[in-house]
Design a protein around this ligand. Structure first.
Ligand SMILES: [Zn+2]
Length: 174
């Protein structure tokens, strides 16, 4: 870490604290040459986390994998880069909150799903179908129903679009 004032290569950390959202570490540093003080904000990486896969294999946590999985689920769904980054952070923050060295891929999947559910329902279903590996169509349908009827009524727009699709199909056949 170079000093922003005199470019000296060596600086000392004089204070370390966790950011309020828990995803970054703020460090107060002092230059060893000119004593200039400055702060750095470092994103926490879950480098020491081990992921236990379904088959029992262990591997180091890899953010890229999470990002790839989320991108796939959110393909062609509307969201901004900022929203996407916030989603990744929320998932990692929840993993950190568990305070463990090892986490199973199922646990990560459950955390992802809990966030995707409110982020984008279509992405949630896509992700759930891969992660839970539904054993049969019935269990997938149950999950779908539970989602659609959880607390709120389906949006009117969805109903309309379904009707539209049906009438279009009928017209096409005749
Ligand atoms: Zn300096």
């Amino acid at each position: 870490m170079h000093c922003p004032s005199c470019s000296h290569e060596s600086t000392s950390v004089i204070d370390t604290r966790l950011s309020s959202d828990g995803v970054a570490i703020r460090r107060r540093r002092e230059c060893d040459a000119c004593s200039h003080r400055f702060s750095t904000l470092e994103e926490i990486h879950l480098l020491d986390l081990v992921v236990v896969k379904r088959d029992g294999q262990r591997e180091a946590y890899n953010r890229d994998k999470l990002v790839r999985g989320l991108r796939k689920a959110l393909e062609k769904r509307q969201h901004t880069d900022a929203e996407f980054r916030a989603l990744v952070h929320s998932v990692e923050r929840d993993i950190q909150k568990m305070g463990v060295d090892e986490v199973t891929s199922e646990q990560i999947g459950a955390i992802v799903m809990s966030h995707l559910k409110s982020f984008d329902e279509v992405a949630y279903i896509r992700f759930a179908s891969v992660y839970r590996q539904f054993e049969d169509v019935d269990s997938f349908q149950r999950e779908l129903n539970a989602l659609m009827w959880s607390g709120k009524k389906p949006k009117t727009a969805t109903k309309k679009s379904v009707k539209k699709t049906r009438s279009t199909r009928t017209t096409g056949k005749s």
